[in-house]
Design a protein around this ligand. Structure first.
Ligand SMILES: [Mg+2]
Ligand SMILES: [Zn+2]
Length: 490
């Protein structure tokens, strides 16, 4: 289970419910603390699955969920938001929902109920929240196969808020030919208390709609079950308002009055549409009147902002699942056939580069040719001692692959053969297409290509020029290679 949280009090309501519910526990509860700072969360209470807390340092819901599933190792990842309350039979139903799903089903959505006040009509905000109950593929309660998330690089972190990032993921997963289904487990999603300006703030989502269209084409709303809403009317009302101002400034009073009347009529109609189904008390009517004047221009502004910002909507690549590093000449300075742990000396920035990957949930490993063993120059024990020293200095590594053979032994592991890259991927259950190999010579990137992985060459002064030129991807330093990987450019 992955629960991203910004430390809202509702988190503790959720944890209490998860601790008290009977039924089979998931392997682990990964709590992703998405606050920039603050005291460590105290999730522990009897009855929870084993809890692990990881921190993003603040990156938004998409990045938080990505760190959560990358940290997890189970076949299924059940996402729950930190403002929901699962039913008491949630664990049992989750297990039933996921049991025996055919392999082409990549996700199972839970069912959502939104309690509304019984004694009065719901406010605009309450009705909006109630829409979650009929929304498709919202991550308030959605379980995905980990492999399906890995195949598409997880959530697109260019969606900066909790809006559309879940629809986008669902569409990309379904683009791979997989299906999403609805399960039989239920959560309650209470209406969050908000101030009167919330309907104004959520207009920022218009920019995210532009990105959705860029990424998924004009048909995206039908596929994502996302109705268009009132943006066309908002644009017309905004245009009328701007025209009224323009005509007034150019001293055309009759045209200005006509445009102002059109603006007023459009704004009043919008306000009434929001007031009419609601409680119609003074607070709600005032809020609706004021915000109905603000929303059309803001919606238009955010939409235009999105058009500029998302001129190019490139496919989301996300992070690889595994980055493998050559050892000598890449992570540490190359002393040929070194058997002395004292001569294991990391290159500048190696530890930081590795830690930056680990912090994002990307696993790291080493693939190292050590033909000095076959040549009789060093012993296997010396290689082990040097690898232990490497781990002390730069570890932990998720996998260490060593080839002790010589060039003429005909083994499948010595780079440029793909054996070590394949073995590392197999050991960690990683698709080689989601694996990057970083090395300082042609054999490293050739091994990557032969395994179906992506190679990045970080040349040293002794790297042969034709190998540098032949490398499909290069970076000047180890740190810059990791920069590229973290930017999705791999
Ligand atoms: Mg090397
Ligand atoms: Zn070998």
């Amino acid at each position: 289970m992955v629960v991203p949280t910004i430390g809202r009090p509702s988190l503790h309501v959720l944890l209490d419910a998860l601790a008290a519910a009977p039924g089979p526990r998931p392997g682990e509860l990964i709590l992703v603390d998405d606050r920039p700072d603050g005291e460590p969360l105290r999730p522990d209470r009897a009855g929870l699955p084993p809890v692990r807390v990881v921190r993003t340092g603040g990156g938004g819901p998409a990045r938080a969920r990505n760190l959560g599933w990358r940290t997890a190792r189970t076949e299924w990842i059940a996402f729950l938001d930190d403002d929901v309350v699962p039913d008491p039979d949630w664990y049992e139903r989750l297990a039933q929902d996921l049991a025996d799903l055919p392999p082409d089903v990549a996700g199972s959505q839970g069912r959502v109920r939104v309690p509304l006040p019984a004694d009065r009509r719901p406010t605009d905000w309450e009705r909006g929240t109630a829409g979650l109950a009929t929304s498709s593929w919202i991550t308030a309660d959605l379980a995905y196969r980990r492999a399906a998330l890995a195949a598409v690089g997880g959530f697109d972190e260019r969606f900066p808020r909790a809006f559309r990032e879940d629809s986008d993921l669902a569409l990309r997963v379904m683009d791979t030919g997989a299906r999403l289904v609805r399960g039989q487990r239920w959560i309650t999603h209470p209406v969050r208390p908000v101030d009167r300006w919330v309907s104004v703030r959520v207009q920022a989502g218009n920019a995210d709609d532009v990105l959705m269209r860029r990424l998924h084409g004009p048909d995206w709303r039908r596929r994502a079950d996302a109705p268009l809403g009132r943006r066309p009317q908002h644009m017309a009302v905004t245009a009328a308002g701007l025209a009224a101002v323009g005509f007034a400034l150019t001293r055309r009073p009759r045209a200005a009055a006509a445009a102002a009347a059109a603006w007023l009529a459009g704004t009043a109609e919008f306000a009434w549409r929001r007031i009419e189904p609601g409680p119609r008390d003074r607070a709600e009517v005032t809020t609706m009147a004021v915000t109905s004047a603000l929303i059309p221009p803001l919606a238009t502004w955010h939409w235009l902002r999105g058009v500029v910002k998302h001129r190019r909507g490139t496919r989301w690549r996300g992070l690889p699942d595994l980055v493998l590093f050559d050892r000598d000449g890449t992570l540490v300075h190359d002393y040929p056939y070194n058997g002395d742990p004292d001569w294991v000396r990391p290159v500048d920035g190696a530890k930081e580069a590795l830690d930056r990957l680990r912090e994002r949930g990307v696993r790291v490993g080493v693939v190292s040719n050590q033909s000095g063993v076959a040549r009789g120059i060093i012993t296997a024990e010396q290689v082990d001692a040097c690898m232990r020293r490497l781990t002390e200095l730069l570890g932990p590594f998720d996998t260490l692959q060593i080839c002790p053979h010589g060039p003429d032994d005909g083994c499948v592991c010595r780079k440029p053969a793909p054996g070590m890259v394949k073995a590392a991927c197999a050991e960690l259950d990683v698709d080689p297409a989601r694996c990057v190999v970083v090395g300082d010579i042609g054999a490293d990137v050739e091994a990557a290509a032969a395994a179906g992985a992506v190679g990045i060459l970080v040349p040293t002064p002794v790297t042969r020029r034709q190998e540098v030129e032949a490398a499909p991807r290069r970076a000047p330093t180890l740190a810059e290679a990791v920069d590229d990987v973290l930017a999705g450019e791999w």
